[in-house]
Design a binder for this molecule. Structure first.
Ligand code: C5P
Length: 308
């Protein structure tokens, strides 16, 4: 008798922004030591894993054309890594992934990491593995620095290369406007540019996140706004000088503050409430400083099964 093919599993995964990103020294393995505060946002990708057919990956939505459809795709690598982790490498050959993107590609919002986290959770369910999220996070950390956070979501303090996570108290919802740039930025290039800027001089550093963590707990966006900070922002602006204009335009439109998300080039603008975010988004969309504008809120949960 043939084994029944399990039904497809669809997982929804959040994007992230870094409310605080302090970049330390380069380690022996080439990564930089980080202290960062992640927040998961309602801008999401969806990953469906299907068994019983040919392997491969289909991608649609935001930036789909520039997503690799081969082994370079982090979600494809995630399927293989999970199959190997449970000692069944052949399982990866019979999984097809369908990815619907809402998160910009190479935008500094961990879109590729979200897809990898989605693939891990979807396959663990598809294969009937009863794995704890912490075990999935161990596999996730081997794939990329931001993949574990995409599994947990919420708001978290990240250390190491960003993969060591502690949840942060943040019961309140914050409202954001996101400005996508025309093209993405390569994360290694942005880190390299920061190293270059630091060799040439000593660009200001964001310092410790304590005050920001207190502001998060208070839930007051007016307190949080002046504390947003990202050491990679200067490097992203150095590579993409137009971002300075984008950041200014968001504040002129009524945002409380703007910050480059991760390695950029997406800019995230904190707004006082949902209505203000809609107004800022409309004005920013007309300012001609970015390709697309989205509103989002956070924190939201990490990767979770999406029932149709
Ligand atoms: O871990 P991930 O593959 O997302 O990292 C992409 C690149 O970003 C790394 O190859 C490295 O150049 C840079 N990076 C870093 N320090 C970190 C995280 C990323 O230098 N903590």
């Amino acid at each position: 008798m043939l084994a029944a093919v399990p039904p497809p599993v669809t997982v929804r995964v959040p994007s992230k922004i870094n409310l605080h990103l302090s970049v330390g020294d380069v380690r022996d393995d080439g990564y930089h030591e980080l202290t960062t505060v992640f927040q998961a946002l309602s801008l999401t990708d969806e990953v469906t894993a299907l068994a019983g057919g040919d392997s491969g990956v289909e991608v649609s939505g935001e930036g789909a054309r520039s997503v690799p459809k081969n082994e370079d795709n982090l979600a494809v690598r995630a399927v293989r890594a999970l199959a190997e982790h449970v000692g069944r490498p052949e399982r990866a050959e019979r999984v097809r992934l369908v990815i619907r993107k809402g998160i910009p590609v190479a935008g500094g919002m961990a879109g590729g990491s979200a897809d990898a986290a989605g693939a891990l959770l979807a396959c663990s369910i598809l294969w009937g593995l009863d794995l704890h999220r912490d075990e999935l996070a161990e596999v996730a950390a081997t794939l990329g620095s931001d993949v574990p956070f995409a599994l947990y979501g919420g708001t978290a303090l990240g250390t190491g290369r960003g993969e060591q996570l502690v949840p942060v108290l943040s019961r309140h919802t914050f409202h954001w406007v996101l400005a996508f740039d025309q093209r993405g930025l390569s994360t290694p290039k942005v880190y390299g540019e920061l190293d270059r800027l630091r060799e040439a001089g000593d660009p200001p550093r964001v310092g410790a996140p304590e005050a920001l963590l207190e502001a998060l707990a208070s839930g007051d966006p007016h307190r949080l706004a002046p504390l947003l900070g990202n050491d990679l922002q200067a490097a992203a602006i150095s590579l993409r000088p137009g971002l300075r204009r984008t950041l200014r335009a968001g504040v002129t439109a009524g945002a409380l503050a703007g910050v480059v998300s991760g390695s950029g080039p997406t800019c995230a603008f904190l707004c006082s409430d949902a209505d203000s975010a809609l107004k800022v988004a409309a004005e920013l969309a007309g300012a001609g400083v970015c390709r697309t504008v989205r509103v989002a809120h956070g924190p939201v949960p990490g990767a979770r099964v999406h029932e149709e």
